[in-house]
Design a protein around this ligand. Structure first.
Ligand SMILES: [Zn+2]
Length: 88
């Protein structure tokens, strides 16, 4: 059996924002940005989003160099994951 090289999507998502507008009032319902060196998780963990399939995962540590998405099984480098910016 030969080693399988994970395929990395070249079109990388850098941020996601969802705006909800109702009766003229807009609310930011989702905001994800790329995980940076300065980000630290707290005790409850933080939500990160897979840039391939957009599945969320809660993590309590950012000490991984890369992480396999449990949903699409893509191996994603740490700084390609998107971090939830609204529930910090
Ligand atoms: Zn995924």
């Amino acid at each position: 059996m030969t080693g399988q090289t994970p395929r990395i999507n070249l079109l990388m998502i850098e941020s996601i924002k969802h705006l909800s507008i109702r009766a003229g009032v807009s609310a930011l319902t989702q905001h994800y940005e790329l995980l940076t060196h300065d980000d630290r998780p707290n005790k409850k963990g933080k939500l990160i989003k897979c840039p391939h399939c957009l599945a969320n995962e809660r993590v309590k540590s950012f000490s991984f160099p890369e992480k396999t998405c449990p949903n699409c099984m893509a191996v994603i480098p740490k700084h390609h994951w998107l971090l939830d910016q609204l529930r910090l």
